[in-house]
Structures are given as C-alpha cells and as structure tokens.
Design a protein around this ligand. Structure first.
Ligand code: ADP
Length: 229
C-alpha cells in the first residue's frame, strides 16, 4: 500500500515542477514584451524547479539502487567544512527565496575524513529540504559542524513543527511519513531520511534526531574518524 501511494505521490511531485517549467518556458517563447528583470525572475524559477526535479529523481534512482543492493560508494579523503560550505553556497538562493537566512557555524579545525562527497552532499540536502518543508512560519535554520569525541558531526537545526516521540524512530523507515507531514499537507515521498540513514550506515556512522514538538528538530550526522571497512 505504501509503495503504491508512493508511486502516486512521486508522479504528482514530478509533474508539479514540470508544469511550472513548461509554463514559464512557453511564456518566455511566446511573449517578447517582458522586461529583463521579469524574464530573469522566470529563468530563476525554471532553474529552481529543475533543481527540485533533479533532487527528486536522484532520490528515486538512489532508492532503487539501494533496494537492489547496487548503490556503491566512493570514499575519499575530504573536508566536511568544504562540503557544507559548497552546499550552502549552491543553496543560498533557494533558501532565501523560501524566507530563510541560514546560520552557518563551521568548526575551526576538523580532522579530514574518508567520505563519499556526493552521498554526503545528498544527505545534507535532504535534511535541509526537510527543515524548509517542516518549519511552518518559524523560518530558522542553522547548519554546524563540530567534533564530538571520536566522531565528526554535522547538525541541521530548525525551529519548526518538531517530531513526536512515537514517530522519531520510524521516520527513518522507507516511505514512513509522520502525522505532521500529512496534516500540514506537505509534499514528500518518505524516502529522504531512509536514504540519509543508508548513506550514514555506509560511512560506519549514524544519523540522530533531537526534537521537541512545536519547538523544532536537530538532525545530526555522525561520521567516525576511522571509517570501518
Ligand atoms: P518526506 O519529507 O518526503 O515525507 P522523509 O523521509 O524526508 O520524507 O521524512 C519522513 C518524515 O519525517 C516526514 O514525512 C516528516 O513527517 C518527518 N520529518 C522529517 N524531517 C523533519 C523536520 N525537520 N521537522 C519535522 N518533521 C520532519
């Protein structure tokens, strides 16, 4: 049942950005009378919607690879701060257009780690996407890096809806969506956090969440300094 509702949801989610891209492209093609800044705004929307499509398709492709046990990782020495700085850079326009002025707190000296940069980027983006989706009117986002004992942590904190205790473990299951998501009619597939968990498992790390309903959530990615084989 969850799988078929996912197919319905995914088709709907794919169609929404496509409709918008098609609409703005047709408008630009048919009508030359728009002022340059209006045109720019249309291009920006098209660009943002293309990014949304890409993320969704990446999640679906990754999910099917994981289900088939075919997702592979490419671990290389990398600096977590650089990965986070790149994500925040790429995402700054999108965040601003959603009403967020993110705080970024990067630990001054972090040991380098063996990570799959692409997968880590994807995990962080999924968490930021969720912070945006489940924040309601309290648009606060803080992304930080820190060392915690023998782990390096990336934290994504929002002051949004929060997650009730009874859902907190299950949200990492494939297709699981907590009541808040449904009540608030938020678009989603229930895939994001299960991908994050898969990615962190592959790194020999884990993902945790602290949350208070009505106050917000902090998701924490924990990477071991010594990645286990
Ligand atoms: P989706 O967002 O597509 O539903 P996810 O796997 O990313 O799927 O998240 C699963 C569920 O966890 C969401 O449906 C939502 O109920 C809850 N959730 C995730 N992130 C947050 C957050 N930052 N604040 C509140 N609830 C969240």
């Amino acid at each position: 049942r969850m799988k078929s509702s996912f197919v319905a949801m995914a088709s709907h989610e794919l169609r929404t950005p496509l409709t918008s891209i098609k609409g703005f492209t047709s408008t630009l093609l048919m009508d030359d009378s728009y002022a340059p800044d209006e045109r720019r705004e249309f291009y920006q929307i098209i660009d943002t919607e293309c990014d949304r499509l890409t993320r969704l398709i990446n999640n679906i492709l990754d999910f099917s690879k994981m289900e088939a046990g075919k997702k592979t990782y490419n671990f290389q020495v990398a600096d977590i701060n650089t990965i986070i700085a790149n994500v925040m850079n790429t995402y700054s326009y999108h965040l601003q257009s959603e009403g967020f002025t993110p705080q970024i707190q990067l630990a001054e000296e972090l040991p380098t780690l063996q990570v799959d940069t692409e997968a880590t980027t994807e995990a962080v983006i999924n968490l930021i996407d969720n912070a945006i989706k489940y924040s309601g009117d309290r648009k606060y986002l803080c992304v930080r890096t820190l060392q915690k004992g023998s782990m390096v942590a990336v934290e994504i904190e929002d002051h949004g809806l929060g997650i009730a205790e009874e859902h907190r473990k299950k949200i990492f299951d494939t297709f699981y969506r907590a009541g808040t998501a449904l009540v608030h009619n938020t678009k989603g597939s229930g895939l994001g956090l299960s991908l994050v968990k898969h990615i962190m498992d592959a790194h020999g790390g884990r993902v945790e969440v602290d949350s208070v309903v009505g106050e917000g959530s902090t998701f924490r990615l924990l990477f071991p300094l010594e990645r286990r084989a």
